[in-house]
Structures are given as C-alpha cells and as structure tokens.
Design a protein around this ligand. Sequence first.
Ligand code: SF4
Length: 259
Amino acid sequence: MQNARDAAHSHKSRRHDEAHALAVELARVPLDERLRRAAELGRAVFTTSLGLEDQVLTAAIARSGAAIAVKTLETGRLFPETVELIGVTRQRYGIELEEVHPAEADVQAFVNAYGLNGFYESVEARHACCDARKMKPLAIALASADVWITGIRRGQSQNRADTPLAEYDPVRDLIKINPLADYDLETLKDLVAIEDIPVNPLHARGFPSIGCEPCTRAIKPGEPERAGRWWWENDEKRECGLHVPSAASPIKTEAGKAH
Ligand code: SF4
C-alpha cells in the first residue's frame, strides 16, 4: 500500500516537473510553435467555447497544421449566435470541430431534481447542471487525450491570474497547455482584425466572455471580463469546474508579454 502511494506520488511529482520545464520552453516560442510542440507530446485535444481567444487558437491550429483535435461542449443551452459560429468556423477553416453533447439521461435527471433553470436557486443546483452539461461531456472529450489545450488567459479574471503556459492536471493525469495564457485582450483583438477571424457577434454587444445563454449577461464598462458569467454568485465560485487550478507553478514570460 505504502509502495503504491509512493509510486503515485513520484508519478505526479515527475509530471509536475515535466510541465514546469515545458512552460519554460513554451514561454520562449511563438504561438504556432507552442501548438506544434503540444501536438508532439501525444494525442492533443483543444476544447473550444468559440470565444475570441478560442477562435484565435482555432485559426492558429488550422494554420500551423499541428495534429490537434478541436472539440466543443454543446451544452444544449448555448446562444444561437454561438451555435451558428460552430458552422461558420468549420467552413472557414475546413476542420472537423466535433460537438460533444450531454447525455439525455443526465440532463433529465438534473431537470427532474431542480427544474430546467434550477441553477439560479442554489450553488448546488448550478454545479449539478454544469456537471451534467459540461463536466461529464468534458471527460468524454478528453477520454483519449494526453494533452489538453485551452484558450484561458491570465487577464480574464483574478482566478486565472497565475495560469501557466503548461501545467500538470493531476485529476485527469494529462498535460494542460494554455498557449494564450500570457496574451492580452488587445493583442488578440488585433489578430482577429488582421486575420479576419470569425468571432461571436455577442462580443460587440458587451459579452467579452460567453458561456451558456441563461448564465451569461453583458458586462458594464469597467467590470471584469468574466463579471457576466454566473453573475448572481460570489466571485470565488464563478467557474464551472472545467479549469480547476492545479498545483503547478506558473511560469510567466517577461512582463507577461504576448508572443
Ligand atoms: Fe447549466 Fe448554466 Fe452551467 Fe450551462 S453554465 S451548464 S446552463 S449552470
């Protein structure tokens, strides 16, 4: 028993070290190279929510030719604009962009227990809905992945301020790469304009961060980027659980500059 515990501990410690070294390496190279390096590490999956960051990453994946599967969690509660963007993006970049849907039985169980929009009533209900519509589908999306790529950035919220370029996810036992962690929003907007990347029209209507329709509102000037997500909850609870911080140490590039 002790031996099994020691082996598990040393496996995790080795993987943390691996991720730390990778983050140092990625900090020195531009975006396309970050993606190619990610694909070299094994089966790589990028989960996109079709937000501005994710659209920049999808364009970069298509451009770089890196072998990365692109998947989205189609929760069944997305904005129509987001659903439309899935098709537009497929067409524009000629990629598969797989939709992963929640299991009907899980959604029904949630609705039976809490009601369709029961997530407004309690944190427990909200987590149950996110579990059925996001967490379980995410597990399916990542089932065969060695590497998970995300579009999260340090500037999106206080919760994400220490996001490393690469980290070990001990829950899923994979390497998570956040190639845009050190980018700022203005740089990404410039890339969208220069490359004519298709983005969600809701961004122009005050939605910098877009999730499910009933759980996202536009933000007011001066509010943090993710203030419109689950706005009725406390700040520290405003995550759906997809991006639970791991214990990996963040590696920041000089002054958090974008590459
Ligand atoms: Fe349900 Fe809202 Fe979570 Fe979407 S964001 S899964 S609608 S609680």
